[in-house]
Design a protein around this ligand. Structure first.
Ligand SMILES: Nc1ncnc2c1ncn2[C@@H]1O[C@H](COP(=O)(O)OP(=O)(O)O)[C@@H](O)[C@H]1O
Ligand SMILES: [Mg+2]
Length: 381
């Protein structure tokens, strides 16, 4: 069990999505946030996650977070952590009519670069889409790794955003090369920069998957008691071992050379961490093609528990766990087991949203309950 937990004790929203203004005092363990559809349950979890990650895990269009018709929104959270309590705040402001939004992060009232906020309140999120994690395309698995990674190593967030930019520029150049036939001399510079950031991302992700793998396998046993091994491994599109940044960069550069004509023909960068994946095997077979629906669910829960335990081991405190509307998709046994593992053994603060009342279930007896109605959250009496 980790030394302590990270918990959001108070969350305040101002003009965030459908919340004009709200203050919620959360309990240290399980918090159940109930409400009908479209009342603001997911928005509330999104606010907490956006504060912790400095951007929304749900949308890349930051302007969507500001209440319609308003110019700015703000989120503030008081966070209790073993290293001392801290207050995080994030303000997002539209820049006139443009789609651009400026972000201001503060820690204990002092302005900070957004990146230095990462990891101060580690979070693990479980959205309904995550139930497709095994079957879905690689994008979802890469995103899971990246969100975890940037909380563990905030400087990786800089490599990721730089990588995305250079990738866009390089693809635009490949397109120009194909249509207009010039620009080849610039390509080399982009390729080297892409390989530089790409190698760091690939190595960091690969090490992360190696750390998650045994935790996920153990968690699957906790959850389903089966005896088939769950094996997670990082699969790079350029087939590198990915245990060394220098070597990985050389491997990437060699792969770009090998794929030069394909890249030109398709006008996209076909190699690099944006094409990598995490393979999931159960009992020696690809879970994607062979695992049953029930097994896939158990695998996803195991991966989420692994994320949480890895964050707890590395940071010394259990992260805040958010479960958005996913409990109703689990059978009673799995649900009880999950909640008792999260809140009991792992001692995490858990924020659960649900459309069904969960008051009377045994696993929720000690929880704090709230009801959300049209952008207002009220504790149940
Ligand atoms: N920027 C925004 N301003 C105002 N309302 C918004 C904004 N973004 C989303 N909404 C509204 O928030 C409502 C609640 O969304 P959500 O939290 O996803 O509901 P649920 O309770 O089903 O999880 C939706 O009706 C949506 O129209
Ligand atoms: Mg929802």
């Amino acid at each position: 069990m980790p030394a302590g937990r990270c918990a959001i004790t108070r969350l305040r929203l101002y003009q965030f999505r459908n919340y004009p203004a709200a203050t919620v005092t959360l309990g240290p363990a399980v918090n159940v946030i109930a409400g009908a559809n479209a009342q603001g349950k997911t928005n509330l979890l999104e606010a907490a996650a956006t504060l912790a990650l400095t951007r929304s895990p749900r949308t890349s269009t930051t302007g969507d977070l500001v209440m319609w018709g308003q110019a700015a929104c703000a989120i503030e959270g008081s966070v209790a952590r073993p290293g001392g309590d801290t207050t995080l705040a994030l303000r997002l402001e539209r820049n006139g009519d443009s789609a651009r939004v400026s972000r201001t992060a503060t820690v204990d009232g002092k302005p900070r670069p957004a990146r230095s906020v990462l990891g101060l309140c580690p979070v693990v999120m479980f959205w309904p889409d995550d139930l497709q994690l095994v079957k879905a395309g690689p994008d979802a698995r890469r995103r899971l790794l990246d969100i975890l990674l940037m909380q563990l190593e905030p400087r990786m967030a800089a490599h990721m955003s730089r990588y995305r930019r250079v990738l866009e520029q390089r693809n635009a150049l490949l397109h120009r090369l194909r249509t207009e036939g010039h620009g080849g001399s610039e390509l080399d510079g982009f390729t080297r920069e892409l390989a530089h950031h790409g190698a760091r991302i690939a190595v960091a992700r690969s090490q992360l998957v190696s750390a998650l793998a045994p935790l996920a396998n153990a968690a699957l046993r906790d959850l389903s008691g089966g005896d088939e091994d769950l094996v997670l491994s990082y699969v790079a599109a350029h087939q590198c071992v990915c245990d060394n940044e220098e070597q990985s960069k050389l491997d990437l550069l060699a792969a770009y050379r090998a794929h030069a004509s394909e890249e030109l023909a398709r006008a996209v960068s076909v190699i690099g961490p944006h094409r990598d994946d995490m393979s999931i095997q159960l009992g020696g077979r690809s879970a994607r093609t062979t695992a049953s629906q029930g097994q896939q669910r158990s695998i996803v829960l195991a991966v989420k528990l692994a994320e949480m335990r890895h964050l707890a081991q590395r940071t010394g405190a259990s992260p805040v766990v958010m479960l958005d509307d996913v409990l109703s998709d689990l059978d009673q046994t799995r649900r009880g087991l999950l909640v008792s593992l999260l809140a009991g053994r792992d001692a995490a603060q858990v924020l659960i949203t649900t459309t069904e009342p969960l008051h009377n279930t045994a696993d929720m007896r000690d929880a704090q309950h709230f009801t959300v109605t049209r952008g207002s959250v009220v504790p149940d009496v």
